[in-house]
Design a protein around this ligand. Structure first.
Ligand SMILES: [Zn+2]
Length: 112
């Protein structure tokens, strides 16, 4: 009986995509676009389109200053968790909302 004490990790190199940065931020099998930043006050969110092997996803890092008061900070965290759930619902569970067939909030009409 043979036992393997170390996992063998092999990664197959993949080609750069049309949207990736094509620089040191890309790895052998992971490609990243240039990050996009949005900010409100002293908070900010950084989103990076990423492809690892054959899976594409968005990496999001959010930095949110919390209030010094513990109860207020806990309220902020609860609000954050609720809104992150709603964000995931809107982007993953109900992506048709984002394809232009849903309500167009900016003009208050439905798309054809
Ligand atoms: Zn790349």
């Amino acid at each position: 009986m043979t036992t393997r004490t170390m996992a063998r990790l092999t990664r197959i190199a993949t080609q750069h995509t049309q949207w990736c940065a094509q620089d040191h931020t890309c790895g052998i099998d992971t490609h990243r676009a240039r990050p996009v930043v949005t900010a409100r006050g002293s908070g900010r969110a950084v989103m990076t389109r990423t492809r690892a092997a054959d899976v594409e996803y968005a990496e999001v890092v959010i930095r949110i200053p919390l209030h010094r008061n513990g109860n207020t900070a806990r309220g902020q965290l609860a609000t954050l968790l609720r809104l992150l759930g709603e964000l995931l619902d809107a982007v993953i569970v109900r992506p048709h909302v984002l394809t232009g067939r849903g309500e167009r909030f900016a003009i208050g009409r439905r798309a054809a």
